[in-house]
Design a binder for this molecule. Structure first.
Ligand code: ASP
Length: 436
């Protein structure tokens, strides 16, 4: 059996609902459906989730939401009307407006987007409706309660042959609604897939899978057919996003593959995200590339540093004391560089410099900003010789200065630091080197 999750753009209006229904009905194994709130119908449109957040803010500012809320009602009512459903959600809509007006929580307000959409989808498909608040649990401290959720979800799913479950939210021990972070319906889908012991978790969105590079930077990048969970983590960390980062964990440990599919192009195979693969995409050594700006390097120099035991630890202690996590630690004999995200460093720059000076008495310590990191990711790199050379030649041919290099021993990725203004050019140069 399969668990299928549809994102907001796949359920933005009645036409999209029809596409979703034909996808679900085309395969009787698609038994559990996780739904997002209605997303954008066109680029300047507003997602229902954002409209609900706005209602919540308006109430806080003592503004009247009646008129604005009416637009939300209209989005749902038009879907129901256009699908020709005999379904009246007036009572639900009234109840929610009232609750928001009476200062219900922010998460409650936001969660109603998926709640209402799932009610309608269940009706349209003729499936049961399982409210996420009865099967997704959070701890008192707001963290997701994996154990209880898995247990309760398993029990509940056994009672249904076909069901729709709203994504994005669950319940706190005191009964209040809590959501995951934005885009969190992906996580719900993954949790349901594991509890259902699904063979496959299909995540339907509006792109035909993961692409080898960001299409805003590289023109028409090729889709990735198969990618491992680890490769995807590396790429998402560097800014490639198709799936909520936390959506991988529940299925990863259960060994359930994720298939990213396109609701608007249902025949395209999309991308398979798997635990491991023996089948290399033989055409390309690399699986994908991604990059991110906004990094700084703290360069520390001290003669004879390498014989001073505890030097590195002391520097990392300073970062820890300042709540700064580090990304990379390229080092030389008498130099150590720590790459950190500039945003975390910003408020504590002076303090960090002073503490490093005090702790290790270096010959010099300076912070350089304006670094971009790019990751060349590929499980095929272990086998192929000369990948690093090809990356560096491509960059040097493009006239790009490399500020840092880091290759993990797993040979899954090569990280290159370049000037921020070179990032786009660098990504294009590397893409063209490997995909000709
Ligand atoms: N509707 C929520 C959001 O916009 C969750 C989701 O779509 O996954 O973030």
């Amino acid at each position: 059996m399969k668990v299928v999750k549809f994102g907001g753009s796949s359920l933005a209006d009645s036409e999209q609902f029809r596409k979703v229904a034909s996808i679900v009905k085309a395969d009787p194994d698609r038994r559990f459906v996780v739904a997002s709130a209605p997303g954008k119908r066109f680029s300047s449109d507003v997602k229902v989730t954002d409209m609900l957040y706005r209602c919540y803010e308006m109430v806080r500012n003592h503004e009247d939401i009646t008129e604005y809320y009416q637009q939300i009602c209209e989005r749902y009512n038009s879907i129901i009307r256009d699908l020709g459903l005999n379904f009246d959600i007036t009572g639900e809509l009234e109840y929610i407006r009232n609750a928001i007006q009476h200062h219900s929580g922010r998460d409650f307000a936001a969660s109603r987007g998926e709640y209402l959409n799932s009610l309608i989808l269940a009706k349209f498909l003729g499936f049961d409706f399982i409210d996420a608040e009865s099967v997704v649990f959070f701890h008192e401290n707001g963290l997701y309660d994996d154990e209880k959720t898995d247990e309760e979800m398993r029990k509940e799913l056994k009672k249904h042959e076909y069901a729709v479950i709203p994504g994005f939210y669950g319940v706190m021990p005191n009964g209040t609604i809590k959501t995951f972070s934005r885009g969190g319906s992906d996580i719900t889908g993954s949790i349901v897939a594991r509890a259902a012991d699904a063979e496959l978790y299909e995540n339907w969105t509006d792109v035909s899978g993961c692409l080898m590079a960001d299409p805003r930077i590289v023109k028409d990048p090729l889709p990735i057919k198969t990618i491992t969970y680890r490769e995807l983590r590396e790429l998402s960390y560097m800014g490639a996003s198709v799936l909520h980062e936390d959506a991988i964990f529940p299925v990863r440990y259960a060994g359930i593959p994720i298939n990213i599919r396109n609701t608007n192009e249902p025949d395209a195979p999309g991308t398979m995200i798997v635990a491991s693969t023996n089948e290399y995409d033989s055409e390309h050594v690399i699986t994908g590339i991604a990059g991110r700006k906004g990094f700084s390097v703290i360069n520390v120099e001290k003669d004879m540093m390498n014989s001073e035991i505890g030097f590195g630890r002391k520097i990392l202690d300073v970062l820890e004391d300042n709540d700064i996590s580090f990304e990379h630690l390229p080092s030389g004999v008498d130099t150590m560089s720590v790459v950190v995200a500039t945003q975390y460093l910003d408020a504590r720059r002076e303090r960090v410099l002073t503490s490093i000076n005090k702790r290790v008495r270096p010959d010099s310590v300076v912070i350089e900003d304006g670094l971009a990191l790019l990751a060349v990711v590929g499980r095929g790199m272990v086998k192929a010789k000369g990948t690093a050379a090809r990356v560096f030649v491509a960059l040097s041919d493009a006239g790009i200065n490399i500020r840092m290099i880091d290759q993990g021993s797993s040979e899954l990725n090569i990280i290159v630091g370049v000037e921020e203004h070179d990032l786009e050019k660098a990504l294009n140069a590397i893409y063209l080197e490997f995909v000709k």
